[in-house]
Design a protein around this ligand. Structure first.
Ligand code: BTN
Length: 265
């Protein structure tokens, strides 16, 4: 086990027991942007550690899915980007990375007594409220993933959020407890290592099966919108590429890519 810590707040250091290289930044525009641009420098710093994690206390231009902004109160939440170079992962299998990080977040949350679920493709929800968002950004070399930046915004200690359509929630709002960010980070990175190792060992079917088992609406009727209509359907499967297979009330099974359909909560 090897551990590298740079500028990490002193009270956190003792808790860190995972094998990854973790770099702490006080403030940055976006940890995903930083990790993507500085990947080769970070790899050098990380020495033989195969997982690099960059965590920031604050982001000034956090990136969300669909070009949205990810906002977070300074010092309240976990803003993390993980860099991996998974060598023999085909681009067509990239969704496994979303499954790995989603399962890692759920696993870490269970450690803190929080029972979360995945909202397809990779949002982390408790009931109808979003606890964490995930943004996976890839660089590919022909048919293989060359470099993957896996961004996680996990709401930890923020006590309230601006009014939005769908209200976010934090770990503190769910439990009433204030968490040590470094402890949450340690558990999340450790959980990621566990599931990423499963991927490296080729246990893709196990990952996919566990992902489906933790997916909201798997084998249960829920309401969806495809932009034109709202309909009830059941998730029958999620393809390795990430497409969702929904069985409509008529019995017809339709396949949807990300952005083509949304689960309504
Ligand atoms: C979403 O829209 O649900 C995805 C949000 C992802 C936010 C995280 S915060 C850390 C990392 N850096 C970024 O700029 N975005 C991700």
């Amino acid at each position: 086990m090897k551990r590298f810590l740079e500028n990490f707040p002193r009270e956190s250091v003792l808790i860190m027991v995972c094998r990854s290289y973790i770099k702490y930044l006080n403030s940055i525009d976006s940890t995903n942007r930083y990790v993507r641009d500085e990947a080769w420098q970070l790899r050098k710093e990380a020495d033989e550690a195969d997982i690099v994690a960059v965590v920031a206390k604050n982001q000034t231009a956090g990136r969300g899915q669909r070009g949205n902004v990810w906002s977070s109160e300074d010092g309240k939440n976990l803003l993390l980007s993980i860099l991996v170079l998974p060598h023999d992962l085909y681009v067509r299998e990239q969704f496994l990375l979303s499954q790995v990080i989603s399962l890692a977040v759920l696993h870490a949350m269970r450690h803190f007594g929080i029972d979360a679920e995945i909202k397809w493709p990779n949002d982390i929800y408790v009931g109808r409220r979003k606890l964490a968002g995930i943004l996976v950004e890839l660089d590919c070399m022909s048919e293989f993933v060359d470099k993957a930046v896996i961004g996680v915004g996990l709401n930890v200690n923020q006590a309230s959020f601006p009014v939005m359509d769908r209200e976010p929630v934090s770990m503190k709002m769910l439990s009433g407890y204030e968490y040590l960010l470094a402890e949450v980070l340690g558990k999340l990175v450790e959980s990621f290592e566990y599931y990423y190792d499963m991927l490296l060992q080729g246990k893709k079917d196990t990952i996919a099966a566990e992902y489906k088992a933790r997916l909201k609406g798997f084998s249960a009727p829920m309401l969806y919108s495809d932009g034109n209509s709202v309909f009830e359907a059941v998730i029958k499967d999620v393809e390795p590429c990430g497409r969702i297979c929904l069985e409509h009330a008529s019995g017809e099974v339709c396949h949807y890519s990300f952005k083509e359909v949304e689960l309504l909560l």
